[in-house]
Design a protein around this ligand. Structure first.
Ligand code: GP9
Ligand code: MN
Length: 690
């Protein structure tokens, strides 16, 4: 062994001696200077793009995108070694022009949309028009032209080398070796990059969660490559299986009537009222009716619930598209897609969206959200859903305003939104508007901005002399769940203020307010266990053999993911009532459309006042929930929710089949654009053209 180490050591020393004596590093630089310059050009441009666009310290200090860009550029550039002399230069030049074009297009796009460009938008005229103008107006912007300079330097450098006769021409074998070595260098760089990634970052990359977020971590080149694949995916999936999908679709809806065939006590109750919908970010029911040392976590929401039509067993049905999936399901009564997200990949399909129906009824429809318009591709998708206007980040004042988590604080967002709504009320007879909150977003770590709310546990201790004192135990302080309660306490406070401001502006008159929690807060199970089983004496979690220990298993976790859903009117048009039958996000449109006076035949959920206790909530992963059972499709197991009821195999099979069929039809509707009335005609004309 010792011998071996000695040998390796000697070999290494010899190698370094050779490198030193023969000036191998210098030589390598000289021989490959054109290649190195190419790499530099492409990486400088991508770095410049990030510097000119996202002005945050996190971005300025980001090293990951540089490694990613390096890896991509080296890998692609390595092929240049397969070409001889001038051809090698031409290849590198074409590549650098290609990379530079990506940077320039994104630079221009960013100026207009505060986001990065997407290939999927190229098919949309709405995109081309403003960007076409943008190019003209922006062509004189110096920063967009700066990207050309490194390329010019590259061209100049090549010609100088050529003049000096320093363009190396390698033999076939040497070229192959060089290509291989460079490829390996590129691959190693990519491996190093992959090791720097967290699973959260990888997940968000796959979902194309937020373009800025991706570019800040993966660099512009990887972002754009991923974007092109994402843009092609829906086109490829829609190429096969249309006829089968259409047949199943027709079959699924053949029994459903074209018009609403029932009325109930809620029919038309909200017709002609203004509607304000609040999308409450990560608002999970676990925070409701909960206090710490006598202080309620969500006092405003608790009060509101008492005055509302409230659905106490309501669940969101999100997949990887989280917020955007809920918006889809809430508005269309369709389920999230099985691959990708509807908002990002299938924004160009026809949707029977609630805003679209409301528009037909003469309403002005709008959405408001203080984040980038391209986050979850809302700019495009909100139009597809039927919103007349999307008031996104660029319409809000952000300078000098407080930020929390992902962006502008909810306090500022709602305050500024009321001002916008006052104007809307002046300009339009009736409106249907959605406000999407933001501050209560994971990881709930901006704790110092949430206020003074404490998640401790006070204990009254009687001393030997009979006097009582309070001992404060840390309880949930420092845990993610604890921070979540602080965050949601802030969100609730904002909600209270918002209602007050709306009222002062007269915006609650002749108005119904609808609030939903968009999805659960994805909090760790162990935090719930601690919440339920805290031992003040030891300030730790009780042992699970303690007689007072409360179990919190994976079924409890799933059932605990419920979110609030309520409908409230100031004038009592909607009477307070609690509906405790299970209800999913996809039941919202069928339920409220009856109140608002429109009908969507292709809704997959039900009016809860018709289906009542027979309802079933289908989850995107195939799980389902009824008043009797929570079924886990992966394990093929279930938890009975009513001890006295006997669940037979038939019940499980019937509901599992229903779930499978519904998920399939929903996915087909979106992928094959089956709600598009022109779809069949398009198909016929394509076949005729063949
Ligand atoms: C983004 C916000 C959060 O604008 O709605 O999205 P999420 O991460 O919850 O899907
Ligand atoms: Mn969300």
């Amino acid at each position: 062994m010792k011998e071996k180490i000695k040998k390796i050591n000697q070999k290494g020393k010899k190698y370094f001696k050779r490198v030193k004596e023969e000036h191998l590093i210098k030589k390598a630089f000289q021989e490959n200077s054109l290649f190195y310059l190419f790499v530099l050009v492409c990486v400088i441009n991508s770095t410049m793009l990030r510097f000119f666009t996202m002005h945050t310290l996190e971005n300025y200090l980001a090293i990951k995108p540089i490694i990613a860009d390096l890896g991509i550029v080296i890998l692609l550039g390595s092929f240049s070694y397969l070409f001889k002399g001038k051809k090698r230069y031409t290849y590198l030049l074409v590549c650098s022009i290609f990379f530079t074009a990506i940077c320039m297009i994104n630079s221009i796009y960013y100026t207009f949309y505060t986001s990065f460009a997407s290939a999927s938008m190229l098919s949309l005229a709405q995109f081309i028009a403003p960007v076409g103008d943008a190019v003209v107006e922006n062509v004189l912007q110096l920063k967009d032209l700066l990207y050309i300079i490194p390329v010019l330097i590259f061209i100049f450098y090549y010609h100088r080398l050529k003049k000096k006769g320093k363009i190396e021409s390698y033999g076939k074998k040497e070229r192959k070796t060089k290509w291989l070595h460079t490829m390996i260098a590129g691959a190693i760089t990519m491996v190093v990059f992959v090791f720097t990634l967290s699973s959260l970052e990888v997940g968000r990359f796959i979902k194309q969660w937020n373009r800025e977020y991706i570019v800040m971590r993966f660099g512009i080149y990887l972002y754009q490559g991923n974007d092109v694949i994402k843009s092609l995916q829906p086109k490829i999936s829609a190429m096969f299986g249309y006829d089968e999908a259409k047949r199943k679709f027709d079959d699924y809806f053949k029994e459903k009537s074209d018009e609403r065939d029932y009325t109930n006590e809620y029919t038309g109750i909200l017709e002609n009222k203004n509607i304000i919908v609040i999308h409450a970010e990560s608002f999970q029911s676990v925070a409701l009716d909960r206090s710490f040392n006598g202080v309620e976590v969500t006092p405003n929401m608790n009060k509101l619930i008492k005055e509302s039509l409230y659905f106490s067993n309501f669940y969101s049905q999100v997949s990887v598209g989280t917020s955007s999936d809920t918006e889809l399901t809430f508005n269309t009564s369709l389920m999230p897609t099985q691959n990708g997200t509807a908002f990002v990949s299938y924004f160009d399909r026809v949707y029977n969206g609630t805003p679209k129906f409301m528009k037909e009824k003469g309403y002005y429809t709008f959405s408001m959200h203080a984040n980038n318009a391209d986050f979850w591709n809302r700019r495009a998708m909100h139009e597809s859903l039927g919103y007349d206007k999307f008031y996104s980040k660029e319409t809000y004042k952000t300078k000098g305003e407080e930020t929390i988590g992902l962006g502008l604080s909810d306090k500022s967002f709602f305050r500024q939104s009321v001002e916008k709504m006052k104007k809307i009320k002046e300009d339009h007879d009736k409106f249907y508007g959605l406000l999407i909150s933001l501050s209560n977003h994971t990881p709930f770590s901006d704790v110092e901005k949430y206020g003074e709310f404490k998640v401790t546990m006070n204990e009254e201790v009687v001393g030997e002399d009979g006097t009582t004192s309070i001992v404060e135990h840390p309880y949930l302080e420092g845990s993610k769940l604890g921070n979540y309660f602080k965050s949601i306490h802030y969100a609730d406070e904002v909600l209270g203020e918002f209602f007050q401001e709306l009222d002062e502006a007269g915006l609650l008159d002749n108005t119904a307010v609808i609030i939903y929690g968009d999805h659960d807060a994805r909090l760790p199970k162990k935090d719930y266990v601690k919440m339920l089983n805290y031992d003040m004496a030891t300030e730790t979690v009780k042992d699970n053999d303690d007689p007072t220990y409360q179990e919190f298993n994976s079924y409890h976790y799933e059932l605990n993911r419920k979110v609030p859903f309520l409908i409230w009117t100031k004038d009592g048009t909607i009477e307070p009532r609690v509906v405790d039958d299970v209800m999913g996000m996809y039941d919202v449109q069928p339920t409220i459309s009856n109140m608002l006076g429109f009908y969507n035949k292709y809704a997959l959920g039900h009016d809860i006042f018709e289906i009542k206790d027979q309802n079933i909530i289908v989850f995107p992963n195939g799980n389902w929930l009824t008043n009797k059972v929570y079924y886990n499709s992966q394990k093929g197991e279930y938890m009975s929710l009513k001890e006295e009821e006997v669940i037979d195999e038939d019940y499980i099979k019937k509901n599992s089949d229903y779930t499978e069929k519904l998920l399939d039809v929903s996915n087909n509707i979106i992928v094959f654009d089956l709600l598009n009335p022109n779809k069949d005609e398009q198909k016929v004309s394509k076949e005729e053209a063949k």
